[in-house]
Structure formats: structure tokens, C-alpha cells
Write a protein that binds this ligand. Sequence first.
Ligand code: SAM
Length: 234
Amino acid sequence: MNDLEKYFTENTGKMIHKWKHYFEIYDRHFSRFRNTDVHIVEFGVSHGGSLQMWKEYFGPRCKIFGVDINPHCKELEEDQVQIFIGDQEDRNFLKSLSEQIPRIDILIDDGGHTMKQQICTFEELFPYIDKNGTYLCEDLHTSYWAKWGGGYKKPSSFIEYSKKFIDYINAWHSKTIKLKVTEFTRSVHSLHFYDSILVIEKRPIEKPFQLKSGEPTLPQKSLLKRVEERFLKK
Ligand SMILES: C[S@@+](CC[C@H](N)C(=O)[O-])C[C@H]1O[C@@H](n2cnc3c(N)ncnc32)[C@H](O)[C@@H]1O
């Protein structure tokens, strides 16, 4: 059991609502930020318990920014925790957040989980995540639920939307002008798809290149051709 799961299990304070298997994923991608001045944005404050969990996990230097549509959540502000009230479907609100939050190292989307909310939040704020930062969107199972705007293979679901990211990080190798190297290609190191979670780790990416080391053990193609010409084609 990692520290986050331990905190959650022992929590008797403000309510936290998470799926059990998320704790391993959080720790895997977030542990490198512990005890730094990491800036975390979490969409979905609810009872405020998860904000306190992050505070304990990341330590006294972290800054936590909670975002929720429910105005009562503003009352949950405390030391190291600032709360913004607004709708994550409202692009102007999201733009204003990017102006008010000094830096985003980690963005966690645990808000309303509709397709539109997830896509708007990604499109408006992903560019503002630090070049070595991490994006995590949870409860992606709503991509399969009609009530949230999802549906299996539905083009407008977040799962279908994010599958395209696989093409984008491989754009270096594309032979068609339809798939070009973009800012996404140059800034995303890796995509991690889990049950209900997508994690994107950013890192400046250079054009990939191949290397070889050691001596060849098979005849080289040109040598094979010469042998063929001399001995076989008579
Ligand atoms: C699943 S709860 C968050 C749980 C919390 N992060 C935790 O771990 O305990 C979802 C929250 O998203 C908020 N929410 C729903 N729709 C939203 C929207 N359009 N914009 C911002 N927040 C929204 C709800 O008010 C609710 O507090």
C-alpha cells in the first residue's frame, strides 16, 4: 500500500472519492514531484478531501488549486489550497484560470466527466502544463456511458479523441502531409492508458534518430547482391 492509499484508508476527515486502482497510478506518475514546490490543479473539489490528501502527499512546499462549479467549495480553501469556482465547459473561464495560476505541474481532471468537459479542459489547459509536467484525466469510463455523452467508438467520446494522440506522438514517421509534427509531438514524451485513466507525461522531444553499435553478423545487403550476381545469375 503506497502513502496515498494509506492516507485514504485512514482518512476520517473530509470525504475523498476515488477508485481503488487509481492510487497505484497516482504514485507511479506523481512521486517524483513530492517535497518540491509542485503546483497541482485538480478539477472536482467536492468535499475537499482529495485536496487535503494531495497536500499531505506532496508536502509543505506544494501549491494546490481546486476548481469546481459548486460555489460552496470556495469555503474549503485553506493554507496551500486555493479554490476557483467555475464551469470547466466554459472556455473563457478556463482561459482565465491559465492567467491566474502561476504554473501547472500536474493537472488532474476529476470534474464532471462529460465528454465536453474533458475535451474543453484538455484543449484549453494542456498547453499551460509545464514542459516537464503531467496531465491525468480520470473516470474515462464515462466515454462508454451515454448519459455522459459517451458510447463505444463514438467519435465525440474522450477515449476516441485521445486515441489520436498515439498518431500525434508518432508523427515524426508519417509519410503523409495529413499527419504533421506539431507542438504536441514535440512536447509529449509518453501516453499511459489505464482502466479509466489517461496520463500524459510532457518532456521536450527532439526528432528521433536511430543508432547502431557492434559488428554485423549477417552478410550486408550489398555483399549479398554481389555474391548473387557472381555465382547465382549465370
Ligand atoms: C467526482 S467529484 C470530485 C471528487 C474529488 N476530486 C475527490 O477525489 O473526492 C466531481 C466534482 O466535479 C464538480 N463538477 C461537476 N461538473 C463540473 C463542471 N462543469 N465544472 C467544474 N466542476 C464540476 C462537482 O461539483 C463535483 O464536486
